[in-house]
Design a protein around this ligand. Structure first.
Ligand code: NDP
Length: 328
């Protein structure tokens, strides 16, 4: 056993502090599979954990990072053997279980998903929890019967991680996608991912009416608060909105009007404790439903030392698309 580099969060008198440190392998937590981590990524929650802006971390010291892709190094689980390529999203890693920004991670074999053959460990983390959540949201819309013929779909927080992947997947599936963004300068980028119309954030930031003019057959919302409330009030009869984020806040200043007068469905998306069967379906679908050139165009790469800057940027809503973190 030796040490390896990790982004470690410690508790301090004034809050928390994140820094690169040498972590002793002997201090890894219990688990039946040890993974050599190759790539991780920067999700909004990682930004909150590293900056200490929200109490995401519930055990100290913590290795930050809620997701990783890598190769099984050793296993006592009957389901995994050394050399298997795996991806992990959530289950409390980076929050209650030592996380992904480290050269090694020891986890429960039940938490792992086998990577589809054509998805590399780097691509898996270009997708990351943000992209897998976008896939879960698209699956929720489809489960509720949304098809391209029903009308356009609005994606809020479109230039962010969940939003960018959602735009690309929906467009690949033939949906008309309207990208809602506070960064109109990213209009060309969003169109290159498949959006046909750019909607300004302010159109969904005003006072919320119980019912507004019907605009979209459905939506994928990573913003929450007034934005989600306005989206619900603008959703067409029988439509579905998948809610997966809170970039603008946790509140929902809405009314029951869209639900009881237009039969609108609000579908909640959780990636962290999502059942393993659904994860396997989502990762399988990501192999076919997301254009790899579009994924490459929305992704940039950093190393562990770039994490503090990336964390501050994502919390400030300044990151475009996805960031992969090369671990080794
Ligand atoms: P990003 O920061 O990459 O994207 C969020 C986007 O939301 C921003 O790029 C911006 O888009 C928009 N935004 C930010 N602040 C505001 C604001 N104050 N008002 C309106 N819009 C705003 O984060 P991610 O895509 O990684 O995550 C998005 C959200 O989804 C987060 O809240 C995250 O916690 C949540 N999430 C939830 C998961 C789940 O399991 N439910 C899993 C993964 C993420 P633009 O500039 O285009 O307007």
């Amino acid at each position: 056993m030796g040490t390896f580099k990790a982004m470690v969060i410690e508790k301090t008198e004034s809050g928390t502090k994140a820094a690169l440190a040498d972590f002793d392998e002997a201090n890894l937590m219990d688990g039946d599979v040890t993974v050599a981590v190759e790539y991780s990524t920067v999700n909004y929650k990682d930004g909150l954990a590293i900056t200490g802006k929200a109490p995401v971390v519930r055990r100290f010291p913590m290795i930050a990072g809620v997701d990783f892709a890598g190769t099984v190094e050793s296993s006592n689980s009957p389901n995994w053997k050394p050399g298997d390529k795996v991806v992990l999203n959530g289950w409390g890693t980076g929050e209650t279980h030592l996380g992904a920004y480290a050269e090694k991670s020891r986890v429960k074999g039940d938490w792992l998903v086998k990577l589809p053959a054509s998805i590399s460990t780097r691509d898996a983390m270009a997708i990351g929890t943000a992209g897998y959540t976008a896939m879960l949201a698209v699956m929720a819309l489809q489960r509720n019967g949304l098809t391209p013929e029903r009308g356009p779909i609005a994606v809020t927080g479109a230039a962010g991680g969940v939003g960018s992947v959602a735009v690309a997947i929906l467009s690949k599936l033939g949906f008309t996608v309207h990208a809602v963004t506070g960064r109109p300068e990213e209009g060309d980028y969003l169109k290159s991912l498949g959006a046909t119309e750019i909607v300004e954030r302010k159109d969904l930031s005003g006072p919320v009416k119980p019912l507004a003019k019907e605009r979209w057959a459905g939506g994928i919302d990573s913003v929450g608060s007034t934005m989600l409330a306005n989206l619900l009030s603008m959703t067409k009869y029988g439509g579905t909105v998948a809610a997966c984020g809170l970039a603008a806040g946790m509140d929902l200043p809405s009314s029951v009007a869209p639900f009881i007068l237009r039969g609108v469905c609000l579908s909640g998306i959780d990636s962290v404790m999502c059942p393993i069967e659904l994860r396997r379906v989502a990762w399988k679908r990501l192999e076919t439903d997301l254009d790899r050139p579009k994924l490459a165009a929305m992704t940039r790469e950093i190393g562990l030392s770039g994490l503090p800057e990336a964390a501050a940027a994502i919390v400030a809503g300044q990151v475009r698309g996805r960031i992969v973190v090369k671990i080794r």
